[in-house]
Design a protein around this ligand. Structure first.
Ligand SMILES: Nc1nc2c(ncn2[C@@H]2O[C@H](COP(=O)(O)OP(=O)(O)OP(=O)(O)O)[C@@H](O)[C@H]2O)c(=O)[nH]1
Ligand SMILES: [Zn+2]
Length: 350
């Protein structure tokens, strides 16, 4: 699996509250646009770049093609004008490419801060920043159900699992019933993701840019969103699903790390049939002993981190931990049991 160690491009939300404000340490949000071939990624990029808006956006195109060194176009849209530069990525997979010269290119770009407010990357690979995935309303279901050799995850499903926002595009090509089907399938994979339906990828830009700001600036809104997530059932065979559970009380930070590391690194948490639980995405809001503020847990593949929010637990509020996991072979009851046993030392509650 070549995607095991995708580097952290730019930790968008590590600034915590106020981190997105302008200032010496201001970070530029990175949004990655993924999606199956032909779903409408380029249409979305073109729309974003030509649409009238006051936002300055840098774009790195990660086009696929044959050959050893691909030329990548890097465009900076500023007041409607495009500034193009060329960036070479060694292979088509962004998360691998950025390990070498991609990182340099992005660093160079970051030094031009002031020229732009956002960076958009188009790729069919994957990485850590805010991810928008374009799904083809007509062929998406077919892509999601495509059988892969044993052990391999269907790439289209993986993109849906990792996304913060799904754009179901080309709604003009399907009936209401077909649209329902694709929406249900997307939802069954990712119970947390926001779904928007479009034609020609025409989407309100505020939905696409700065996808993580929403999470980090306010633990409250994340809490609300987490509360609405439900455990899903595999809609597609051997599919990726979303599992969510809540455990009351305070937990110990080291034990939480242990729980997550067992799951993501040791991979020693198994389902009833002995299959390893394979977590692609992890999100949660937890209550850590000794911390007055809510803490966000974010995980993508093997990478995860904890971040204290600006939201403190109120005195009359029940301290609680809510986790959302997206992946394969996930069993909610087992996960909850293991969580309780690990983080609270068996005197599990709730
Ligand atoms: N009918 C219809 N066609 C669309 C829509 N959006 C995009 N298309 C068309 O779909 C085709 C593929 O769109 P692109 O934006 O190039 O898709 P892409 O995801 O960038 O494709 P690759 O770069 O090849 O992976 C183009 O011919 C678009 O004009 C839509 O909403 N409805
Ligand atoms: Zn990779």
């Amino acid at each position: 699996m070549e995607d095991e160690d995708c580097p952290d491009l730019i930790p968008i939300d590590s600034g915590g509250a106020g981190g997105a404000q302008a200032g010496a340490s201001a970070r530029i949000p990175v949004t990655i646009i993924t999606g199956y071939l032909g779903a409408g990624k380029t249409t979305l990029l073109n729309y974003i770049l030509t649409e009238q808006h006051s936002k300055r956006i840098a774009v790195i195109l990660n086009e696929f093609g044959e050959g050893s060194a691909l030329e990548k176009s890097l465009a900076i849209s500023q007041g409607g004008e495009l500034y193009e530069e060329w960036l070479e990525l060694r292979n088509g997979c962004l998360c691998c490419s950025v390990k070498d010269n991609g990182v340099k290119a992005i660093e160079n770009l970051m030094q031009k801060r002031g020229k732009f407010d956002y960076i958009l990357l188009e790729t069919t690979g994957l990485a850590d920043p805010g991810i928008v995935s374009v799904v083809d309303a007509k062929y998406g279901l077919q892509h999601l159900t495509e059988e892969k050799p044993e052990g391999l995850i269907n790439e289209a499903s993986r993109q849906v699992a990792l996304a913060d926002l799904i754009i179901i595009n080309k709604t003009d090509l399907v009936s209401g019933e077909e649209l329902n089907k694709i929406r249900t399938s997307v939802r069954s994979i990712n119970g947390f993701v926001k779904i928007i339906e479009t034609q020609r990828s025409r989407v309100d830009l505020s939905n696409v840019l700065d996808l993580h700001a929403f999470d980090s600036l306010s633990g409250v809104s994340l809490q609300k969103r987490l509360q609405h997530v439900r455990t899903t059932h595999a809609h597609l065979d051997k599919g990726i699903i979303t599992v969510t559970f809540e455990v009351l009380g305070n937990i110990i930070e080291e034990s939480l790390n242990l729980f997550i590391q067992n799951l993501l690194w040791e991979k020693n948490v198994k389902d009833k049939t002995g299959c390893t639980m394979d977590v692609i995405r992890l999100k949660g809001l937890v209550s850590i002993q000794g911390k007055s503020h809510q803490v966000i847990v974010q995980g993508v593949h093997e990478l995860y981190d904890l971040e204290e929010t600006s939201v403190s637990w109120k005195e009359d509020e029940k301290r609680t931990n809510r986790l959302v996991l997206i992946g394969r072979n996930l069993d909610k009851e087992i996960l909850k049991e293991v969580f309780i046993a690990t983080v609270t030392g068996k005197q599990g509650n709730s």
